[in-house]
Design a protein around this ligand. Structure first.
Ligand code: DHB
Length: 531
């Protein structure tokens, strides 16, 4: 197969009797064989975390379709980048970790097909370098594939500069795989939505299977795949990790002619994951319910906010999670104290400790709600909420009564662009939808989209190493969402590194160098016997 050549549906003509795209020996069908010679050699300069420039020569495989029977190869394809020389020194990435960096944002379609090198994936409808576009705005633009922009669902480093993990990973000697995935706005000629839930996670699993099925041919250690993503991409990254090798996706993977291989990933990086969608409205009101909205400056409907908040109390109790560091059972009553003690005060402390004496004094003079004593920051939850100020979203934040949210579109089906996915949303619908419960297929789809569902079942195929990050000023979802994810993982005995970035908003990543180093640590890169 030549560069840029994609596997066509014709290649699966013989698959009728086979559930998976593999022959009897378990090797991938021809359509899914990685052609190791079909690369171009490229050179890029990468500035590492310490500010040093590195020149990386790498081999680049472009737009490899990762399923034998694609619905839309523009999205169901991936790029592979393998370093061969770093600052003039030859590297052999044969056993290197594999960074699987998705560029999904807003649950929108993402494609790498037009990328000209590493780090070039893009999400349709999101501005390059920004993950914070309103999902609702793009949902209402209807079907079509939209303009896919380069730059991906990029993160910001706290100084307003975009952060890309693919290049630093390459400069660290890792293999980088960048998969595209279908997203919620895609429609075919008949107006049928073909990228709504669970399409994106099925696609990412198929991409993992493609890499695994080509073990020994594709460079890198296919048992050390580290998934990354931000926001909706962070949610999908967490879901990929939590749902590894779950059989619940098999029929959908088979339909696509996905490779017959494990889709488990070794480790997960998830930044500001917008997940646990069916419980996110309650969590949002518990967290931000007292804050005015950004758009109107008004306090949201207090009756709605209060009712949703009550749902959070019930849900949180049902999870039976215990907080990290021996905190004990997590409830709606003590979660404020938990966040303040476990995450927010340590986050502010780290931030303030990193400032010069002059800058720290200035920050503290501007933010008198913080007590700085003995090198530690303390403050109350109420003062923290005032400090954050306006909330980003209205109420409900996710299952909008008028079906205007991106998530309503994510749960669209057939020719229906947007649907409710909670009973509360159904009950208060303002669009003329009748019924008291979401459509019958919705609960199953929610399970396929929610990492918490897989963790409740202690899925044995899940990742055991987790890097989770969220800005303290990120009101795209509740601060409890990633804390619950971390608590669930910790309860299962997994290795969880979860921090909140002080005063950072949605999509920030202020410690990319630490993440690259963490990958080496958890994969024991360069340390394993014989490696
Ligand atoms: C994203 C942001 C949101 O507020 C949301 O509800 C879903 C996705 C995003 O940036 O990917």
């Amino acid at each position: 197969m030549g560069i840029g050549a994609t596997a066509g549906a014709a290649a699966v003509g013989g698959l009728a009797l086979s559930a998976n795209a593999s022959d009897a020996s378990g090797t991938p069908s021809d359509a899914l064989v990685f052609d190791k010679d079909a690369y171009t050699e490229l050179t890029t300069t990468v500035t590492d975390a310490a500010g040093n420039d590195k020149e990386v020569v790498y081999h680049f495989w472009k737009a490899l379709t990762y399923v034998a029977d694609p619905v839309d190869a523009k999205y169901q394809s991936l790029n592979v980048s393998v370093p061969v020389r770093i600052d003039g020194v030859a590297v052999n990435a044969k056993d290197a970790p594999v960074l699987l960096a998705n560029s999904v944002g807003g649950y929108l379609p993402s494609s790498v097909a037009d990328a000209t090198g590493v780090g070039g994936g893009g999400t349709a409808g999101l501005p390059a370098g920004g993950a914070s576009a309103s999902p609702g705005a793009t949902a209402s633009s209807g079907g079509g594939t939209g303009e896919v922009q380069s730059g991906g669902n990029a993160m910001l480093n706290g100084r307003g500069e975009t952060v890309d993990l693919a290049k630093p990973a390459l400069a660290a000697g890792y293999v980088v795989v960048e998969p595209g995935a279908r997203g919620r706005t895609l429609t075919d000629a008949d107006g049928t939505y073909y990228g709504t839930a669970p399409a994106a996670i099925v696609d990412l699993k198929a991409a993992v299977r493609y890499v695994r099925a080509n073990k020994g041919v594709i460079p890198g250690d296919t048992d050390r795949i580290v998934s990354t993503g931000t926001s909706a991409g962070g949610a999908l990254s967490a879901l990929l990790g939590a749902s590894g090798d779950s059989r619940a996706y098999d029929s959908r993977l088979d339909e696509l002619g996905a490779a017959d291989a494990s889709d488990a990933v070794f480790a997960v990086g998830a930044w500001c994951p917008i997940t646990d969608l069916e419980h996110a409205d309650g969590a949002y009101e518990w967290n931000w319910g007292g804050n005015v909205t950004q758009s109107t400056g008004e306090v949201v409907d207090q009756k709605v906010s209060k009712e949703l908040r009550a749902q959070f109390a019930e849900y949180q109790a049902s999870l039976k999670l215990r907080g990290l560091k021996g905190f004990g059972p997590l409830t709606a009553r003590n979660y404020d104290e938990y966040l303040v003690k476990t995450y927010l005060q340590p986050s502010a402390t780290a931030y303030l400790a990193g400032l010069s004496d002059v800058d720290r004094a200035a920050y503290l003079a501007d933010n008198t709600f913080i007590t700085w004593s003995g090198g530690r920051a303390t403050f109350s939850w109420a003062d923290f909420l005032t400090h954050v100020g306006a909330r980003k979203k209205s109420a409900p934040a996710f299952d909008a009564f008028d079906l205007s949210s991106g998530e309503n579109n994510e749960f669209g089906k057939d020719k229906t662009q947007a649907r409710h996915f909670t009973a509360y949303g159904m009950k208060h619908d303002t669009t003329g939808v009748s019924g008291s419960r979401p459509d019958v297929d919705i609960p199953g789809k929610l399970d396929l989209m929610n990492p918490m569902h897989h963790l409740e079942k202690a899925n044995p195929g899940r990742s055991r190493h987790w890097w989770i990050r969220l800005g303290t000023k990120d009101s795209d979802t509740s601060l409890t969402v990633s804390a619950n994810l971390a608590a669930a993982l910790d309860g299962l005995g997994d290795d969880v590194d979860h921090l909140y970035y002080w005063d950072e908003g949605h999509g920030s990543n202020t410690d990319p160098g630490d993440f690259i180093a963490w990958i080496a640590r958890v994969t024991r890169h360069g340390k394993r016997a014989g490696k």
